[in-house]
Ligand binder design. Structure first.
Ligand code: ZN
Length: 633
C-alpha cells in the first residue's frame, strides 16, 4: 500500500454497518494521523456504500468477509490485533473494538513514525510517502490487563481523581483498573470492586452488624476486635477513613467449607453482597475483594489458631475459595454460567504464602489453601528498585514471596512499585530492570501487571519515562529499552539535551552500583542515610543538567520548545538538589539557618517553575513552605 504526501486520489476507511463509538473513534484517529503526517484526507464510509480505490478496513466489514481473510482471533489476549496489507488495501481485525483502535496506533507508530511521548508531547513526522508492503502483522499484549500508573494515566472514581489524559492512556495501549474509559475509548477495564481496593469492610457493613442498639443484627464477632475487650474495636486507617476489618474464619467450617449451620455469618453476608454487585455489573469480568491497607487482621481466637496452621494467607484463601465457589455455582445456575472471577490481595499480612518447606522443597499446606480456578491472587510486592523482582539480589521477603506463591500454580495479578514513595524527587535508577521484570512476570503467569509510579504528583519526569518504557515492554517483552530511552529523552528534553540526560542517568547508575559494592542499599523507599550520599556527586550531576539548560538556551530556535525543555530539565535538576536541601546542615556545616532558608527557597522556586507540587506520596511542597522549610520527618 502506498500513499503519497498530498495526493489527490481518494482513499477510504471502511467501517462495518452499525459500528460502535470505539470503531468510529479508531477511524477518526487514523484520519488524524494520516492528515498530520502525509497531508492526505481520508474519507470514512460505511460498508455497503459504493466506492472504488484504496482502503483501510476496520473490523468485521463486508469487504473483509469477501476477501476471505479470517485469522484466529482467540490468540490475541483480548486487546491484540491483526493488520494485513494486500495491494492497495489494509485490513485491521481484532477480537475487540479496542483491539482495532490499538491496530490504528500500530500503523501510526510503526509506519508513520508517530511517537506518543507523554500527555503533552506527541511527535508527528512529516512524510513524503507511506509504504506498507504486503504483509500480515499480529500483535498482542504480554498481559491481558496492563499499565504503569503515573499522573496522566491515573483515575480514581472513589476519590474524585479524574486527571487522566484518556486519549494518551489509550495511545499507550494501557488498560488497567485505575482508568475508566467510556465506550468511545473501548470501555472500562472489566475489573471492579467497591471503592476499587482495600474493601473488605464495604461488604460487611458495620452500621448494620456492629450497632449495639440493634440487637437483632448485632454481631461484633464479625469484626476485628482486640482480644482483651470484646467490645473495643480496633480502629485503623483505611484510605483516609478510620475503620475496622472483618473476621475471615466466621462462617467457614474447619474443613474449609461454607458453614451451612449458621444462619448469618461473614461468609454468607459477603456472598449475598457480591451477588448484588455481580447483577448490577453485567460487564465486569473481575470482582475485587481485598483486605484493608496495613498489617491489622482479625485477632479472634479462631483466627489466631487457624493462622498457626494456615498462615494468614491460608485463612484468606480458604475464605475466598468458599465465596468464589458459591458464587460460581449460583452463576452457573442462575446467570447462564457467567464466569465470575474474584481477585484478592497477597499483601502485607497475607504476603507470606500458605506453603511449607520440607527437606528443601516447598509444598502447599494442604489442598484447601490452593486458590480455586476462579480466584486470582493479586500479589503486591515492594522491591529494591535497583534489581529486577526475580534477581537473586532482590529483597528476601519479595523474592521468597514470588517463589512461594508460584508453586500454587494459580492465577495472578501483580501490583508492583517503581518510585521512592517517601522521596518522589530522588532519582531511582531502575530502567535497567524493566525487561527482566516484564519477562519474569510473564513467566510467573501474571494476567494483569500494574506498576505504580507517582500517580498523585505531576511532572515527575522519571515516572513519565518509565511509563513510556513499561508500556512498550508490556506489548513486547524484548523491546529495546535503551533505544526507547533515547527516543523518550530526545523528544521530552530536546535533542540538545540528549547527551546530558544520558550522562545523568549513567552517573546515577554508577553511583548506586558503587554504593552497592560497599553495602546493601535498599531502594524501596528513599535513601534516608545522608552518609550514603556524596555532596560532590550531587553537585556534579546537578551541573550536568545546568549545562544542558545552558546549551538548550543557546541552540534552541523554537521559543516555545526552548522554554518547555528548560522547565523539564528543571524537573531533573531538582533530583540532585533535593538531597542537598534535605540534609543541608550535614553537607554545609558552616552555613547558618538563614542560609538554609535561602537555599530552600531557591529549591522551592525551581520546583514551582518545573511544575512540581509534591516531594513524597503524602507530602506537599506548599505544606513544607508553611512549616518554614522544616521536614516533617
Ligand atoms: Zn476472626
Amino acid at each position: 500500500m502506498k500513499i503519497f504526501n498530498g495526493e489527490k486520489r481518494q482513499i477510504y476507511i471502511v467501517l462495518p454497518e452499525n459500528s460502535s463509538p470505539c470503531l468510529k473513534y479508531a477511524a477518526q484517529e487514523l484520519t488524524f494521523f494520516i492528515k498530520k503526517c502525509l497531508n492526505v484526507s481520508l474519507k470514512t464510509v460505511t460498508d455497503g456504500k459504493d466506492f472504488t480505490g484504496a482502503f483501510f478496513s476496520l473490523g468485521n466489514t463486508r469487504i473483509l468477509k469477501e476477501s476471505g481473510y479470517s485469522p484466529d482471533l482467540s490468540v490475541l489476549n483480548s486487546d491484540g490485533f491483526y493488520i494485513k496489507t494486500t495491494g492497495d488495501n489494509c485490513y485491521i481485525l481484532a477480537e475487540t473494538d479496542r483491539g482495532i483502535l490499538f491496530g490504528v496506533y500500530e500503523i501510526a507508530e510503526r509506519f508513520l513514525g508517530v511517537r506518543f511521548i507523554c500527555a503533552e508531547t506527541t511527535v508527528f513526522p512529516n512524510m513524503e510517502k507511506l509504504y506498507i508492503e504486503d504483509r500480515e502483522i499480529c500483535e498482542k499484549p504480554v498481559f491481558r490487563l496492563r499499565g504503569y500508573i503515573e499522573y496522566d494515566l491515573y483515575e480514581d472514581d472513589n476519590n474524585m481523581v479524574n486527571q487522566a489524559d484518556k486519549v494518551f492512556a489509550l495511545r499507550m495501549r494501557a488498560r488497567h483498573s485505575f482508568l475508566f474509559p467510556s465506550d468511545k475509548f473501548g470501555g472500562g477495564s472489566k475489573i471492579w470492586g467497591r471503592h476499587n481496593t482495600h474493601n473488605f469492610h464495604y461488604y460487611v457493613d458495620e452500621k448494620i452488624y456492629n450497632n449495639p442498639s440493634d440487637k437483632s443484627n448485632y454481631h461484633p464477632e464479625f469484626f476485628f476486635c482486640s482480644s482483651s475487650d470484646e467490645n473495643a474495636h480496633f480502629q485503623f486507617t483505611v484510605a483516609g477513613d478510620s475503620d475496622t476489618t472483618i473476621c475471615l474464619t466466621n462462617g467457614i467450617t474447619d474443613d474449609g467449607k461454607l458453614d451451612e449451620s449458621m444462619d448469618i455469618s461473614v461468609a454468607k453476608i459477603v456472598i449475598k453482597e457480591m451477588k448484588k454487585d455481580i447483577i448490577s455489573h453485567p460487564d465486569i469480568d473481575y470482582f475485587v475483594f481485598d483486605q484493608e491497607d496495613g498489617n491489622l487482621c482479625c485477632q479472634c481466637e479462631r483466627c489466631r489458631k487457624a493462622s498457626e496452621k494456615y498462615k494468614r494467607s491460608g485463612i484468606l484463601i480458604r475464605f475466598i475459595n468458599v465465596v468464589a465457589g458459591e458464587l460460581q455455582k449460583w452463576a452457573d445456575r442462575e446467570l447462564n454460567g457467567r464466569k465470575i472471577n474474584l481477585v484478592t490481595f497477597a499483601y502485607a499480612y497475607t504476603l507470606d504464602a500458605p506453603v511449607i518447606c520440607e527437606a528443601g522443597n516447598l509444598h502447599p499446606i494442604d489442598k484447601t489453601i490452593i486458590p480455586i480456578e476462579n480466584v486470582i491472587i493479586r500479589i503486591a510486592v515492594l522491591s529494591d528498585g535497583f534489581y529486577d523482582y526475580f534477581s537473586e539480589k532482590q529483597l528476601d521477603r519479595t523474592k521468597n514471596a514470588l517463589k512461594q506463591w508460584s508453586i500454587l500454580g494459580c492465577r495472578f495479578f501483580v501490583w508492583a512499585y517503581d518510585v521512592f514513595f517517601d522521596r518522589y524527587l530522588l532519582y531511582m535508577p531502575s530502567n535497567h530492570t524493566i525487561g527482566d521484570n516484564v519477562r519474569g512476570f510473564k513467566k510467573f503467569g501474571c494476567e494483569y501487571l500494574m506498576i505504580e509510579g507517582a500517580p498523585n504528583a505531576n511532572n515527575i519526569w522519571q515516572c513519565k519515562l518509565r511509563a513510556y518504557l513499561y508500556h512498550k515492554a508490556m506489548w513486547n517483552e524484548n523491546a529495546d529499552i535503551e533505544k526507547l530511552t533515547d527516543e523518550f529523552l530526545t523528544h521530552y528534553f530536546g535533542e540538545t539535551a540528549l547527551p546530558y540526560m544520558r550522562a545523568f542517568i549513567r552517573e546515577y547508575y554508577d553511583f548506586y552500583a558503587a554504593l552497592e559494592k560497599k553495602k546493601a542499599v535498599c531502594l524501596t523507599f528513599g535513601m534516608k542515610n545522608k552518609e550514603d550520599f556524596d555532596k560532590e556527586f550531587l553537585i556534579k550531576t546537578r551541573n550536568i543538567i545546568i549545562n544542558a539548560k545552558k546549551m538548550n538556551a543557546k541552540t534552541g530556535t523554537d521559543k516555545y520548545l526552548c522554554e518547555l525543555y528548560d522547565k523539564r530539565l528543571s524537573q531533573v535538576e531538582v533530583n540532585s538538589l533535593f538531597p542537598l536541601v534535605e540534609h543541608y546542615s550535614y553537607f554545609f556545616p558552616d552555613k547558618t539557618k538563614e542560609d538554609y532558608i535561602e537555599y530552600a527557597k531557591e529549591f522551592l522556586s525551581l520546583c514551582r517553575y518545573a511544575g512540581i507540587t509534591r516531594y513524597a506520596e503524602t507530602l506537599k511542597l506548599s505544606d513544607w513552605e508553611k512549616a518554614n522549610f522544616v521536614f516533617p520527618y
